[in-house]
Design a protein around this ligand. Structure first.
Ligand code: PLP
Length: 450
């Protein structure tokens, strides 16, 4: 693509540093400008239509162009565009949203705490774990375990929790006191002849061994996504969560469920916690909480976490934590309306109803000789391209993305796994259209490779 002088593309590369982008490649190639969105579609500045097969960043659950959210934002903007929640101040949208989240929580929770991104919610969870251990007179109980390939964000603490090399490399991370245990991706990490049940047992044993090696009195919490998203859509094998939770209970280790992707319907239940029968002490939420129309995230904590925290804040005189826009009234109003839409239109029911077709179409793609595995649950899934001579890991995925875009589908390559997480408003027919396009893209790819 030739970049015209003074075009948006030219100004973008002149002034804008992008996340998750090779800056030198951007200088050369420029960025794709997305101009508008409607339903499951987005349109670029040349007018080309794409099915947003990733719902943005796993997040635009109710689809693009939802006028009810625009109106909710405008109404709240006019009434109270901003107020904070520091020093015992509050406002109606943050009260209503906190109440709603505690009422709809999949396991008993006590309080909701607001931040602006999934990363901040997980950072807060980690700080609260430390604060609580100090409150309980256990200053050595501070280590937090996450998993290889887990994704929990990019701030210093949450990037440490993330178990992906690109989030650590050259950033001098992870922080001390963050440990990583094994990833439950059976196909990749099984040993010769190991059954799925034996693999699950080994994952739980790895966790127990790590806790014992570090000393149970030093391990405070474990964080995990019910289904790993940005690590490649890794659905854990049957029995995995039961085995892991048994170990956590045995050693008095708090469980933080990172529902930033799974929350609000993605897995076919309102929460991944229900789909996988989890008993977390804390839950982090973001993305589909507002369908990303506004930046907002929440951390839910149970009584077991809240009570010591409250005691410590009384001892010190304050809970010395909080960001300016926490519980922002406009973001909270949009989140409330977004949750109302998810409930009224039964989008969780839609995910459940369409999931068999979504997974079946992926499975058919899995029969293509270019593909080694397909994975998924609800309306989140991936197919993984088989390794190929002459290509290093990730190169195949990077080559397929533009071919799918030519067909009019946005997917995301995670290494050589192509992820799909469409808006939850997608219809049966649109699921077919999306995968028809993907199959055409794969046909072109096969021709290019031969
Ligand atoms: N946790 C999970 C499971 C995520 O997928 C993400 C983002 O993709 C995050 C946390 C971080 O959220 P944010 O990008 O809003 O900081």
């Amino acid at each position: 693509m030739t970049i015209q002088p003074n075009s948006l593309e030219a100004r973008d590369k002149a002034y804008h540093l992008h996340s998750y982008t090779n800056a030198r490649a951007l200088e050369r190639d420029g960025a794709l400008v997305i101009e508008r969105g409607e339903g499951i579609y987005v349109y670029d500045n040349a007018g080309k239509q794409y099915i947003e097969g990733m719902a943005g960043l796993w997040s635009v659950g109710v689809g693009f162009g939802e006028n009810r959210l625009v109106e909710a934002a405008a109404k709240q903007m006019a009434k109270l565009p901003y107020y904070h929640t520091f020093t015992a101040r509050t406002h109606s949208p943050s009260v209503e949203l906190a109440e709603k989240l505690i009422q709809m929580a999949p396991v008993p929770m006590s309080k909701a705490y607001f931040t602006n991104s999934g990363s901040e919610a997980n950072d807060t969870a980690m700080k609260i774990v430390w604060y609580r251990s100090n409150a309980l007179g256990k200053p050595d109980k501070k280590k937090i375990i996450s998993r290889t390939k887990g994704y929990h964000g990019v701030t210093i603490a949450s990037a440490s929790l993330t178990g992906l090399p690109n989030n650590h490399r050259s950033f001098d991370l992870p922080l001390a006191r963050v440990l990583h245990t094994s990833c439950p991706h059976y196909r990749v990490f099984k040993t010769e002849g190991e059954t799925e049940a034996q693999f699950v047992e080994r994952c739980a044993q790895d966790l127990e061994d790590l806790i014992l090696k570090e000393g149970p009195d030093t391990v405070a919490a474990f964080i995990g996504e019910p289904v790993m998203g940005a690590g490649g859509v890794i659905v854990p094998p049957a029995g995995y969560w039961e085995a892991i939770q048994k170990v956590l209970k045995k050693y008095d280790v708090l469980f933080i469920a990172d529902e930033v992707i799974c929350g609000f319907g993605r897995t076919g239940n309102m929460f991944g916690t229900t789909t996988f029968d989890l008993q977390p002490d804390m839950i982090t939420l973001s993305k589909q909480i507002s369908s990303s129309y506004q930046p907002i995230s929440a951390l839910l904590i149970n009584e077991n976490v809240y009570q010591p925290l409250a005691d410590e804040s009384a001892k010190i005189g304050t809970f010395g934590h909080g960001v300016t826009a926490a519980g922002h009234p406009v973001a909270a109003a949009v989140a409330l309306e977004n949750i109302a839409i998810i409930e009224e239109r039964d989008l969780v029911g839609n995910v459940k109803a369409l999931s068999p077709k979504f997974l079946a179409r992926l499975k058919t793609i899995g029969e293509n000789p270019l593909v080694i595995e397909t994975r998924g649950v609800g309306l989140i899934g991936a197919f993984e391209l088989a390794p190929r001579e002459g290509f290093t890991a990730g190169q195949l995925g990077a080559k397929l993305v533009p071919l799918l875009m030519e067909e009019g589908v946005i997917s995301r390559a995670i290494g050589d796994s192509m992820a799909f997480c469409p808006p939850m408003i997608i219809t049966d027919e649109q699921v077919d259209t999306m995968f028809d396009k993907v199959e055409r893209g794969l046909e072109t790819f096969a021709k290019q490779l031969t």
